[in-house]
Write a new protein. Structure first.
Length: 459
């Protein structure tokens, strides 16, 4: 009898190169626990529905539990020559109970088995990642609370735009991460649908109770179409897309920290615990965690493109191309699991330089909009006010000073609408304090953001 699960109709041995190409055990072995978990639920259901006798079902369940415990404690090893995790687990079962092991596969196929395993694996992975994302959210919120009085330039096009609070800047990343957290929660719902019982593609002629299996495995529902059940990988795409978007958010702040830690900016100093040195230049302190976050963003985006490319043009139902789904998913999981703790430590320990940040707003014309708004309150249309303040900026540039030091008489020469109180609106503190609209950078608005952020985390 062939050792292959599918070898009955074959008289010729598989070529060695094809054997190696076809084997997925080197990477799908990480789903061993999920494979056995699904098999346990399937075996119990077969006994309850009378497809197997209670004795047969009970023996299979008992030995699967022994195998699961043995694998977890390294007392049992998978056959490295097995084709995949399903073959490897069944071989272990066959070694223990003989031909009875073959009855476990009644009413199922590797097609519905593998996608069930992958869904179980991803559900576990998401449950592990969500607390790590939440911890990073809390770190950003804590750093915002600690820096509510720090002012720095706000940027558009990487040019000084308007002054903002550092807390406001940090909270922007909190809200990105909160969307990421909710996105992964939604992906978990997509993952948590049961394909097992769809068999190869057409369902089964045995009286399988798929809902009972779903309940045992903690799935919310059963996938209603057997063709879709075995061929769907939308959930894997959604997970990898969520992972890629999370990495994009981390990469954006990483880029800012890289810039801000340079001598030219000097806005931050990264802890020695999250930086490395140079093998040649003794003075260097390199922002490796930030740079790796930026680099790994491209890696996970590549995982997403990989998955989409595999799925494009696949006819129904299962195709061997789908073996390529797991490595992309596993890589995205591994990347996030490794990066998130290091990234949280980097943000938690970064030292901000309030004096350097505040000094960077001097002479940068970032309060020009406040001067335009001042004229609007005097009854001048904004477009005209914008033009007049542009003349003010040009006047200052020609004379080599900033808005903070412009004499009132110079303002009044450009527009008689400028009164003595015009100069007061040119300070960065006044500019920041004036942005009291919901979501603005004024301290009162930022404190409301922090309260709202806490509510989101608690729910």
């Amino acid at each position: 009898m062939s050792s292959k699960l599918w070898g009955g109709r074959f008289s010729q041995a598989t070529h060695g190169a094809v054997e190696q190409l076809n084997r997925s055990l080197p990477f799908d072995r990480r789903m061993a626990a999920q494979d056995i978990k699904a098999s346990l639920a399937h075996a119990e259901m077969l006994g309850e529905t009378g497809v197997l006798s209670s004795e047969e079902s009970g023996r299979i369940v008992q030995e699967l539990q022994v195998i699961a415990d043995g694998l977890q404690n390294n007392r049992i090893e998978l056959d490295p020559k097995a084709e995949d995790i399903h073959s490897a687990v069944e071989a272990l079962l066959r070694d223990r109970i003989g031909a009875l092991a073959g009855k476990l596969h009644t009413g199922r196929s590797r097609n519905d088995q593998v996608v069930t395993d992958l869904r179980l694996y991803l559900r576990d992975a998401i449950d592990d990642l969500l607390p790590a994302i939440e911890r990073l959210e809390r770190v950003f919120m804590q750093r915002a609370e600690e820096n509510q009085s720090v002012i720095l330039p706000g940027y558009t096009h990487l040019q000084h735009a308007q002054p903002i609070l550092l807390a406001h800047h940090l909270l922007a990343y909190f809200w990105m991460l909160e969307r990421d957290r909710r996105r992964f929660q939604q992906v978990r719902k997509s993952v948590n649908e049961l394909p097992l019982g769809a068999a190869a593609l057409a369902g089964s002629s045995f009286p399988l109770d798929r809902k009972r299996v779903a309940e045992r495995l903690g799935f919310d529902s059963v996938i209603p179409n057997s063709l879709d059940a075995v061929s769907d990988r939308d959930f894997a795409v959604e997970f990898t897309a969520a992972a890629a978007l999370l990495l994009i958010h981390l990469s954006r702040f990483a880029e800012e920290l890289i810039l801000w830690s340079s001598a030219e900016f000097g806005f931050v100093e990264l802890s020695e615990a999250v930086t490395t040195g140079s093998s040649m230049m003794p003075q260097k302190k390199n922002p490796d965690v930030a740079e790796l976050a930026r680099g790994k963003c491209g890696r996970v985006a590549g995982d997403l493109v990989n998955l989409l490319s595999v799925l494009k043009g696949l006819p129904l139902a299962y195709n061997k191309d789908l073996q390529e789904d797991k490595e992309a998913v596993f890589d995205a999981v591994d990347t996030l699991a490794m990066l998130l703790p290091a990234y949280a430590e980097m943000v938690a320990t970064v030292r901000f330089n309030p004096e350097r940040m505040r000094a960077a707003t001097q002479g940068d014309f970032s309060t020009a909009t406040e001067l335009a708004d001042y004229l609007v309150r005097k009854g001048i249309p904004f477009r005209e006010a914008h033009h007049l303040v542009g003349q003010v900026v040009r006047h200052c540039l020609d004379r080599g000073h900033g808005l903070e030091t412009i004499p009132l008489v110079d303002l009044q020469n450009i527009s008689p609408k400028f009164d003595e109180d015009a100069v007061a609106c040119l300070g960065v503190e006044a500019a920041v304090s004036s942005k009291t609209t919901e979501g603005g950078t004024a301290l009162s608005a930022v404190q409301q953001q922090i309260l709202l952020a806490r509510q989101y985390l608690e729910t």
